[in-house]
Design a protein around this ligand. Structure first.
Ligand SMILES: Nc1ncnc2c1ncn2[C@@H]1O[C@H](COP(=O)(O)OP(=O)(O)OP(=O)(O)O)[C@@H](O)[C@H]1O
Length: 257
């Protein structure tokens, strides 16, 4: 049984359809990245997975007993509030010291426990959010643009840390990212979302396709280009888990919807 099975999921917010016909299946140990333009429903899908958003239709089945760690896109902390990292990690409930230490180590920031949260750099704060998500030793780790605001080096280090976490915990990772060049290296599978799943497949397949090279070029990765892939395939011909046909180099580029 997959860790997570999503079939024909529909979500409406404020009376508007935000997600429709979503198919997604996640197995233990895989790193899958959701890409898509702003407002395409990536955060909403993660929020549906953690149960914070109620689907209007379809099936979302979590493996019984599944533990999920979630790093949200935004988490604002009042800068006037004195709070150490340890105290922050102990909200809303306390954890054994050893658990806190291990989570900070796994997140790559051992020894930050006594720091004031408001004194952390952006990169350090993201690691603390990661540590928080790791406290329960998740089977599934959800990261919503966890590297936004980080520089190239910080981003690369973060993804390396995620690979280590996956190796140590054997968890699945589902993350949202706009950094396509990094995504292609760091993921087992990439899912392109634009209210519906436009296409998905292994990065190898995408990278090997002439269309990918035509779109991105070997050195000139243009993040926007990926979102403008040709919509020349039917969506029912590549069910979740199977590589989608790559866009053809000669097909006209257009917004997917
Ligand atoms: N609580 C809400 N009520 C009504 N509409 C919402 C709500 N939350 C999100 N939306 C809408 O749902 C759509 C999808 O939003 P979502 O945040 O999931 O997109 P996203 O792909 O994560 O975007 P981004 O890349 O900008 O973070 C957007 O049009 C957004 O305006």
């Amino acid at each position: 049984m997959p860790l997570l099975s999503i079939d024909d999921l529909h979500v409406a917010l404020g009376g508007r359809t935000v997600l429709e016909g979503i198919e997604l299946h996640l197995d233990r140990g895989e790193i899958v990245t959701l890409v898509g333009p702003n407002g395409s429903g990536k955060s909403t899908l993660l929020r549906a997975i953690i149960g914070a958003v109620r689907p209007a239709g379809g099936r979302l089945v979590r493996q019984p007993g599944l533990t999920i760690g979630y790093v949200p896109q935004r988490l604002a902390i009042d800068p006037t509030l004195p709070m150490t990292v340890t105290r922050f990690l102990n909200l809303p409930r306390r954890h054994p010291v050893q658990t806190l230490r291990q989570a900070l180590e796994r997140a790559g920031v051992p020894g930050l426990g006594r720091q004031q949260v408001t004194a952390l750099s952006g990169g350090q704060f993201q690691r603390i959010l990661l540590a928080r998500a790791l406290l329960e030793q998740p089977d599934l780790l959800l990261l919503d643009e966890a590297t936004q605001g980080l520089d190239h080096r910080g981003t690369a280090d973060f993804y390396r840390q995620i690979a280590n976490v996956r190796r140590e915990l054997g968890c699945a990772v589902l993350m949202v990212s706009h950094e396509l060049h990094v995504v292609m290296r760091a993921s087992d599978r990439v899912v392109c979302l634009n209210r519906h799943v436009c296409c998905q497949g292994t990065p190898e397949r995408v990278l090997a396709s002439p269309a990918y090279r035509a779109l991105f070029g070997p050195d000139t990765v243009d993040a926007l280009a990926f979102y403008r892939h040709a919509h020349d395939h039917a969506h029912h011909d590549h069910p979740a888990g199977t590589p989608a046909p790559a866009p053809t180099a000669t097909a006209p580029l257009e917004a997917s919807r």
